[in-house]
Design a protein around this ligand. Structure first.
Ligand SMILES: [Zn+2]
Ligand SMILES: [Zn+2]
Length: 226
């Protein structure tokens, strides 16, 4: 049960083999002095995530932002814990924000997990196709990639000559309860392919690299739903 360093200042800090079986992957990016978490697990592993950040020699109080790739419970569960404890800002696309704000047990899929999600305030709602968050001299790109849910996003960062893509649940699944949209998803996957990322940090199936393995991963799903 260990955290993993993916690239310089980029870590896997949570997930089924790191924190709890029900957690989707949780990633942390260190922007020297500011930490950004991408997704937050299902909610029962909050203090473990907190400790994992410390064990990397980082200060969890520097966690300024929690970016949520979409509104499902296995990705959003610990966001409120960190918002409360460290005043971290919760960021999600506007089209998935309402599920958090109302604690909608169907849209968050909390009912699937036999749990609940308390209504939680969103600090920043991403709008449109592409927003860039600035951390020091670096840009963290948030791309709207609808399909699995209407407000699904993928996040990427160029660091040390590598493009690192965080694409949680880009494989689906697709369900009318989530307002999934396969046509929108195909378009989203094509825009991810055009990024030519070197590393894909996925939500449930791990980390893919180099470039051709990232491409193969996305293309395999596109073929499956052709
Ligand atoms: Zn999901
Ligand atoms: Zn998931």
């Amino acid at each position: 049960m260990k955290t993993e360093k993916i690239a310089e200042g980029v870590y896997l800090i949570g997930g089924p083999n790191v924190t709890r079986p029900e957690d989707a992957a949780v990633y942390l990016v260190d922007f020297s002095g500011e930490l950004v978490m991408i997704d937050s697990g299902a909610g029962n592993g909050s203090s473990q995530l907190d400790r994992n950040i410390e064990m990397l020699g980082l200060n969890p109080a520097e966690l300024t932002h929690i970016i949520l790739t979409h509104c499902h419970i296995d990705h959003i569960g610990s966001a409120a814990y960190f918002r409360e404890k460290y005043n971290s800002k919760i960021v999600i696309h506007e089209l998935d924000a309402q599920a958090l704000e109302t604690g909608d047990s169907i849209k968050t899929a909390a009912n699937w997990y036999g749990t609940t999600f308390p209504p939680t305030r969103v600090d920043r709602k991403l709008k449109g196709e592409h927003e860039i968050l600035k951390f020091g001299k670096e840009d963290l790109h948030c791309l709207h990639t609808p399909g699995h849910t209407p407000g699904s996003i993928s996040v990427y960062l160029d660091r040390a000559g590598k493009r690192i893509l965080f694409g949680q649940d880009i494989h689906g699944p697709f369900n009318s309860a989530f307002d999934s949209d396969i046509q929108a998803w195909k378009k989203s996957m094509n825009s991810l392919l055009s990024l030519e990322a070197d590393i894909l940090c996925e939500g449930h199936f791990g980390i893919y690299q180099p470039k051709n393995n990232v491409r193969n991963y996305i293309e395999r799903y596109l073929e499956e739903y052709d």
